[in-house]
Design a protein around this ligand. Structure first.
Ligand code: CO
Length: 173
């Protein structure tokens, strides 16, 4: 397993805006990517990561709402995830993103969704999500379509967020 560089909007916007392609088969090479993604996410730390955030344009997501805390670690893997149904009821959550460091803002999304995906072993799964799980999986599936959480904000807020990340990257360099 390798900790890899996470792409950010200041330098890698064009890659992050790409639409990721479905995975044809869940094999050992894909599992190696998922292992790298999980380790990179834990190191960051974050609770969700899409493959495109490592520059890999495939429809793969890793998640651990417990941030990998030793006693409660609960890594999850979602290959080719699809939303089959979304509630009319909405839920507002203050989101952040490893590709948009240090920016947090409220995004409104369906409160509950039904998912279909392939798991780490390539087995087809269906599952309902609500609460933080629903927020996170919708945020990550957006990444697979080249959509960032700041794209859900007003244009003013979005531009301000990108400018802030650029400034931050300069200061860090
Ligand atoms: Co994100």
């Amino acid at each position: 397993m390798t900790i890899r560089r996470i792409l950010t909007v200041d330098a890698d916007m064009a890659v992050l805006k790409q639409k990721s392609l479905p995975v044809p088969v869940v094999d050992n090479a894909l599992r190696a990517l998922m292992d790298d993604m999980l380790q990179t996410m834990y190191d960051a730390p974050g609770i969700g990561l899409a493959a495109i955030q490592l520059g890999e344009p495939v429809r793969v997501i890793v998640m651990d709402l417990e941030k990998g805390e030793e006693a409660t670690a609960a890594p999850r893997y979602f290959v080719n995830p699809e939303i089959l149904w979304a509630s009319d009821e909405l839920f507002v959550y203050e989101e952040g993103c490893l590709s948009v460091p240090e920016i947090f803002d409220e995004v409104e999304r369906p409160a509950r969704v039904r998912l279909r995906y392939l798991d780490y072993h390539g087995k087809k799964q269906e599952e309902d999500a609500e609460g933080l799980f629903a927020v996170c999986i919708q945020h990550e599936i957006d990444h697979l379509d080249g959509v960032l959480f700041i794209d859900h904000l007003s244009r003013l807020k979005r531009n301000r967020a990108v400018a802030k990340v650029k400034k931050l990257a300069k200061t860090d360099a």
